[in-house]
Structure formats: C-alpha cells, structure tokens
Design a protein around this ligand. Structure first.
Ligand code: ATP
Length: 374
C-alpha cells in the first residue's frame, strides 16, 4: 500500500541523469526530466543535440549507459534491468513508425491489443476510431487515407492500449503546413482529453510553443533550460537559447557604475564589474521604430520604458503578410538592426528613423569570458 501511495505522487515519466555515448562521443549527457499526467513536454533543439536519443531511451528502444528511466515511480531501466518498449506502457509515434500498409485501419489500431479477447479488441478499436474522428474507416487501407487521416490512425493505434506515457518524435513532420496545424490541434486535444503524459521531440520552436506545457531546450546532449513556453521565450538562459526562437539584434555596451552604457541609453546592470563588455539582446518585435519627421533631427519623445532613441536609416523593408521587417543601418556604428512591426509599412531605403528598445523585453548577457560578479 505504501508503494501504491508513493506511485500516485510520482511523475508518470522520469529520466534521471540519463547519458548515452556512441563510439565514444556523448549524444546525451545527464539528462533529467519529468512528465506528469496530462502534461505535454517538448524536447526542442537543433539537429543532432540528442532529442531523439533521449526519447528512444525513454521508450526503451535504446539503452542508456548511465542513469535511470522510471514510469509511475518504478524503474523500467537502470543498471539492474531494462524493460523492452512493449513492457513499459508507452505509446510510440515516431516518424518511421508508419502504418502497416497491408493491414486495414482497424487492424492497425488493434495491433497493440494482441492478447485481448476479439470482442474487447473490436470495441476498443471502434472507440478509438471514434475518438480520433474516423468512425467508419475501419475497413479502409492506409493508402486510401489522406496524410492527416493516416496520422490520426497512428494516434489511435498508439493510444488504444491506454499507455501511461506517449512518446512522439516529430510526429507531424510528414504533413504539409496547413494540414499540420489542423492535425496538431486535434492531436493535442485528444491527448489532453485522455490525460496522457506526453514527451515529444521537435526541432521547430513554433511547434513546441504551440504544443508544450513545458519546453526542455537541448543543446549538445544537455538540457539547458526547462520551462513554460512563455518563460523560455522571454527569459532565455543565454544568447543561444534566445536565438533559437527568433532573429536577434545584438547591441554592445560597457558597464559603468552598475549600468550598461549603450547608444540606446543606460541599462541597470547590478552584478557586473566596471568596464565589462555586455550584450543587450533584443528580438525584432521589441525594437520600436518611428520615422524621423523633423528636419533638424530632433529626438522623439519616449517613455522611460523605451530608453533613449538612436538614429539610423532604412536599409530595406519587406512585407511578410502578418508583419513588416525593416532593416536599419545605425548611424553610431553602421550595424544593421532588424525590426518588425505588426502592420504593413514599407519605407524607402534611406528613410531616416529613430529606434528605441523595449527595455523590459531585452536580455542582457555578459560577453564570452566575462564573469558575473555576485
Ligand atoms: P535530429 O533532430 O536530427 O533527429 P536529434 O537531436 O534527435 O537530432 P539524435 O538523433 O539524438 O539527435 O543524435 C544525437 C547524436 O548522436 C548525433 O550526433 C547522432 O549522429 C548520434 N547518434 C544517434 N544515434 C546513433 C546511433 N545509433 N549510432 C551512432 N550515432 C548515433
């Protein structure tokens, strides 16, 4: 009974300091992560950072060199034993886990239900086809279905055995953009309804932002940051983490008397020693731009939140549908900053403009080799 009580509070899935090397090269380094019931956690990062290997270790397709995998608080893989995928109540949706082409939709969904009585199996298959919106599709073959429908069959197949944990590796990558949005939303609502714990791999920030309750950002085999999408986007741990989500503008500054002096005014910098080099990082939508109407070059009035405006000239402007991207060459150092505005504006090259930073949205990082003083 004590065991059962402990398991109620244990996360559905836990990776504990999991590491894996291939031919002496570390692919996954001490990755620790939990996924709770009803939670979607996305492993996000560039190609080769170890996302798939981490997921495959969770699935049991791959075995870690060190660390443990637990489901409901019970070790399913540690240095004493290793349960295969079919022995650990996981549902798998991998890119290469396609439907069996020679089996009907119903037979595909029934695949994970072997060992159950035929009548039960039929009822479960019918139930899950209904849940994914494919009632009446049971006798069709995969090639008779659209990409989105096939994806939903794959989801039904993975869900039908009622796994404790769902593991998905780029599950929507085979679909074209419009369909992907639709299938993604449907899948998410089905998973939420089922209350499954989901660990999903993606290399697309946009997909992770839409799907995840928490994002685990990976780089070179390590998790460098975990948090809600809002948090990871707005409070990145470093420049690379920030750069993963959008273009960045980098503005150099120097610390003087606990403030960083930049062409855009002073930024409070309590923890840095004097003369340290600092990078202020601003996403394109966090720079304000106004046309410089005054002949005399008078600075526009700004709120304290915007800092001091700096002057530049439009290099080029493009309209991308939802927004305009304006590149500006700055007078003070010739650097080019990228600014986006959520409306159509296409100023001529050479147009004089003032830029100011939304200070509360900028990130300030010490340059490489600069120590933070506590
Ligand atoms: P992608 O998004 O491209 O799939 P990823 O983040 O999922 O990348 P992994 O597939 O986990 O990365 O790979 C991490 C590293 O481990 C890579 O350098 C990869 O080449 C290596 N690797 C993965 N699987 C194997 C394997 N079976 N044998 C040898 N090396 C491997």
């Amino acid at each position: 009974a004590a065991q059962a009580a402990a398991n109620d509070t244990a996360p559905r899935l836990a990776l504990e300091a999991v590491s894996r090397a291939f031919d002496g090269t570390a692919a996954v380094r001490e990755v620790s992560l939990t996924v709770e019931a009803g939670e979607v956690v996305c492993l996000l990062g560039p190609s080769g950072c170890g996302k798939s290997t981490s997921l495959r270790i969770a699935a049991g397709v791959e075995r870690q060199d060190a660390g443990r995998v637990l489901i409901d608080g019970q070790p399913v893989s540690d240095d004493r034993g290793h349960a295969p995928p079919e022995g650990r109540s996981v549902g798998l949706m991998f890119q290469d886990y396609a439907l069996f082409p020679h089996l009907t939709v119903a037979e595909n969904v029934a695949f994970g239900l072997r060992g159950r009585r035929a009548r039960d199996r039929q009822a479960v298959v019918a139930d899950y086809l209904l849940r994914v919106g494919l009632k009446g599709y049971g006798e069709k073959y995969p090639h008779q279905l659209s990409g989105g429908e096939q994806q939903r069959v794959a989801l039904a197949r993975a869900l039908a055995p009622r796994p404790r944990v769902m593991l998905m590796d780029e599950p929507f990558s085979g679909l074209d953009t419009r369909l992907r949005d639709e299938v993604r939303e449907e899948t998410l609502s089905i998973l939420k309804r089922e209350g499954t714990a989901v660990l999903m791999v993606t290399h697309e920030p946009d997909e992770a932002m839409r799907m995840a309750d928490r994002i685990a950002l990976m780089r070179e085999g390590r998790i460098v940051q975990v948090g809600a999408p809002y948090h990871v986007y707005n409070y990145p741990v470093d420049r690379k983490a920030a750069a993963f989500f959008s273009d960045l503008n980098i503005i150099h500054g120097v610390v003087r008397d606990r403030q960083t002096d930049t062409p855009f005014g002073l930024f409070l910098t309590p923890k840095m020693r004097d003369q340290a080099d600092v990078e202020i990082i601003a996403r394109p939508q966090h720079i304000k731009i106004v046309e410089d109407a005054g002949e005399g070059g008078t600075r526009p009035l700004v709120t304290p939140a915007d800092g001091m405006p700096a002057h530049g000239r439009v290099l080029r402007a493009r309209f991308t549908g939802a927004q305009s991207l304006i590149e500006v060459t700055m007078d003070h150092d010739g650097s080019v900053l990228k600014v986006t505005v959520p409306y159509a504006w296409l100023p001529e090259p050479g147009t004089p403009v003032w830029l100011s930073l939304r200070r509360d949205r900028c990130f300030l990082f010490p340059c490489v080799n600069q120590r933070v003083v506590e």
